[in-house]
Structure formats: C-alpha cells, structure tokens
Design a protein around this ligand. Sequence first.
Ligand code: HEM
Length: 127
Amino acid sequence: MTDGMFHLHILSWVVLIIVFFASYSNFSDRLGPSKYFKPLLMVQRLFALLVIASGAYIFFDVDQTSPALYGIKFLSGIITIGLMEMTIAKKKKKKPSRTFFYLAVLFIVITIALGIHLPYGVIPKLF
Ligand code: HEM
C-alpha cells in the first residue's frame, strides 16, 4: 500500500484532537456555548469519521502481524472517539466532564503509542 492512507489517518487524528480541545473549551460551564461551538462540533464529527474510515481501510488492507494488537488498536481508537463524544455530551448537559476529558487524553496517548508500535505506516520509518 502507498503511504497515502497513513497520511490521511495522521492528518485526521491530529485535526480531530485539536478541534476536540477547541470545542471542549468553547462551552463554558457558566455561560454555555460560544458561537463557535456548533461549527467546531460539526468539524470534530467530520474528522472523527475520517479517522475511523482511514483506520478501518488500513486495518483491512495490511497483512496483520499480530491480530490481537490490531484488534486492540481498532478498539482503543473507537474508545478514544467515544470518550470525546461523551466528554462533549456531559458538557452540553452541564454535568461534570473533567473525568471524561482526562480519560479521552489518556486514550489518545495509548492509541498513538499503539499506532506507532505497530509495524507499518510512516512514523516507524522515522526512527
Ligand atoms: C483518535 C483516534 C486515533 C489515533 C490518535 C490514532 C493514531 C494512530 C497512529 C499514531 C498510527 C501510526 C501511523 C503511522 O505510523 O503512520 C496509527 C495507525 C493505525 N491506526 Fe489509528 N488512530 C486512531 C484511530 C483509529 C481507528 C478508529 C482505527 C480503526 C478503525 C485505527 C486503525 C489504525 C491502523 C490499522 C493503523 C496501522 C498500524 C500499523 O499497521 O502500523 N486507528 N493510528
């Protein structure tokens, strides 16, 4: 496979993480949403779909060296995106969202580490 799908995957999760932080901080517990919140949330969901689509493409395309680890990568990617959604859902209901926010950050780190640990893609080639 060419590197294209990996580039799309990386571009998508980098944008997703930035936009997730942006939408999180554009909803104030006291004042509610800023005028940027809705469009940011739309962009967040668009990029979440791109991350899933590019990730799933790679998942089914590569010759999986360790199906267990690939399964865990798939799951942790989905859980990360789920936690982002749950964090924002809590915010919207004006319920405590900090725990979900930190869990999302934790899973972002785990997912990136797993992605880099797995053999293919462009990042392992840098080392
Ligand atoms: C926010 C969520 C996600 C993050 C931060 C993330 C991060 C990464 C990173 C850093 C890589 C290594 C890229 C490279 O070296 O070129 C990677 C690869 C990969 N990702 Fe994701 N990913 C996420 C979501 C997903 C999802 C939802 C799926 C599946 C549907 C997925 C499937 C894969 C697969 C199969 C690889 C290739 C691993 C390999 O063969 O080396 N990822 N991801």
